[in-house]
Design a protein around this ligand. Structure first.
Ligand SMILES: [Zn+2]
Length: 499
């Protein structure tokens, strides 16, 4: 499950609770009146869950960070399991993988050499802005005052800066009245570029403090989901040095040569893993079961194994796939189709589920539910017993779903269902923090299955030996019966506010 950090905008969310709960009394379990489902529910085994999890949450999988080798390895493992089980490839072109582009930045890969002398990032220089990769070798330097040009004032008059690196003072000359926006860096950088300069170096007064502040961002490699509509970086290199560093070369600036090499952009990919079982007579409609298999990668050199988050949900999806495929092989396959999807990019910001719902393989209109499993293997501090589960979202889009889920729990599982986090006012806002949300925002009924946050959440200590497999198994069975009922009943789940 994703950090709360990027969640800001949901306070005005309106309450949509159920215009049609007058009808909920007529909702019955239709597909669970005999014991057929029980045969396949009983194939969900603790030892199988353990076996898969002890692989996926081992150090070899390097914390399964999106777009990195551990995630790729995990995708491969899940594909192999899906094949072994006998699922059909669920993505396009006969593939189990739905691959999406990721832009990564290795912000530390900026190298500067002055007169053969290497400068160190954050010690001798830092840079700002969204700069693009470039290689400027043995370029001349030229000093251009404050780097300002207006009608009544110019630092560029009689100065040829073309194909050179411009060196400027920070700020504005105190004696002249100038437009306010020269104080920021952007206008100066744009002007230097317009004049034909290849880069700009600003002599910074409080260099050390700024370098420290900026270092936090530069030393953290970051990733973004590739956005083809986004403007590409088009700034020239925008470098800052200390005034003491400037003194040593400004006197001989005309004989100096500088090289600036920037290699920070990385084009990566990540993958959702999709396995599919085609339904019998209602196959255009799809039940989706999701869990994210990506996690955080390393934390200061230690692997974050993410056994609970969300290894527990991932192995649950694999067991669910196996149970449904067994039923299918025995001639008891579901009426609706079922998509088993292990999602990536979740920890980065629900990327994989966003990519899927923006680029669905199966019609969104005919997607009848998303059952999302994220962290189901631990006990949180709010409970002193294990016999509980948090459900989030079940009533928000379809009261039918809520009632079915309640009835299934009563009949098969007997958890204390905790709806604390389903309250719209709950400060944790978990409803927006895992992959079901991308389905919910498309009007698809969802349930988020969750056993709560614990002290190992997002820590290198989220390990397999702390997982309660009894709980993973029971929750997997709860999802199984719910998916079975929804996949096999006559009518698809009714939306709130409709007939
Ligand atoms: Zn997480």
């Amino acid at each position: 499950m994703k950090y709360l950090a990027t969640l800001l905008l949901f306070s005005s969310f309106s309450c949509t609770l159920t215009k049609n709960n007058n009808k909920v009394n007529d909702v019955k379990l239709e597909a669970l009146t005999d014991s057929v489902a029980d045969i396949y529910a009983s194939s969900i085994l603790k030892k199988d869950l353990y076996k898969d999890l002890s692989v996926l949450a081992s150090d070899e999988y390097e914390g399964r960070e999106t777009a990195r080798s551990g995630q790729k390895k995990a995708a491969k493992y899940i594909v192999e399991r899906f094949k072994e089980i006998g699922l059909e490839p669920g993505a396009k072109n006969g593939s189990f993988l739905q691959t999406f582009a990721v832009d990564a930045k290795n912000a530390a890969n900026v190298f500067i050499t002055l007169n053969g002398q290497k400068w160190n990032l954050l010690k001798h220089f830092y840079y700002r802005g969204n700069i693009k990769d470039t290689s400027l070798l043995d370029k001349q330097l030229v000093f251009a005052g404050f780097g300002i040009e207006e009608e009544a004032y110019s630092d560029y008059s009689n100065l040829n800066v073309e194909n050179k690196i411009v060196v400027v003072n920070e700020g504005v000359p105190s004696s002249i009245n100038l437009e306010k926006n020269w104080v920021g860096w952007r206008k100066k950088v744009e002007l230097a570029k317009e004049k034909g300069a290849l880069g700009i170096i600003t002599i910074k007064n409080n260099f050390t403090e700024e370098a420290q502040r900026i270092g936090v961002f530069i030393q953290n490699p970051n990733m973004q989901m590739h956005d083809p509509g986004k403007r590409k970086a088009d700034l020239i290199p925008n470098i800052y040095i200390s005034d003491s560093a400037a003194k040593t070369f400004l006197s001989k600036i005309s004989e100096s040569k500088i090289s600036i090499e920037i290699d920070i952009q990385e084009e990566l990919t990540s993958d959702n893993v999709l396995g599919y079982i085609e339904g019998n007579d209602l196959k255009d409609e799809v039940v989706v079961i999701t869990a994210h298999y990506d996690h955080l990668g390393y934390d200061n050199g230690e692997v974050c194994n993410g056994a609970d988050d969300d290894g527990s949900g991932t192995v649950s999806v694999i067991e669910l796939a196996e149970a449904f495929q067994k039923a299918k092989n025995d001639g008891s396959g579901p009426r609706r189709s079922v998509l088993f999807m292990a999602v990536s990019g979740e920890e980065k910001g629900l990327w994989g589920s966003k990519y899927y719902t923006d680029n669905p393989v199966y019609s969104i209109e005919k997607t009848v539910v998303d059952l999302n499993i994220d962290m189901i293997g631990r006990r949180d501090d709010e409970h002193d017993y294990d016999n509980y589960i948090y459900l989030i979202g079940a009533d928000r889009i379809s009261m039918d779903l809520h009632v079915i889920s309640e009835k299934i729990n009563e009949k098969y599982i007997n958890y204390d269902i905790d709806y604390t986090y389903n309250q719209r006012t709950d400060p944790n806002q978990f409803y927006y923090r895992s992959d079901h949300y991308n389905f919910a925002k498309n009007g698809i009924p969802v349930i988020f299955y969750f056993s709560g946050v614990h002290k190992d959440y997002h820590k290198p200590t989220d390990d397999v030996d702390k997982i309660n497999f009894n709980k993973v198994q029971r929750t997997t069975k709860m999802v199984f019966y719910t998916a079975w009922e929804i996949a096999n009943r006559d009518q698809r789940l009714r939306m709130n506010g409709t007939d």
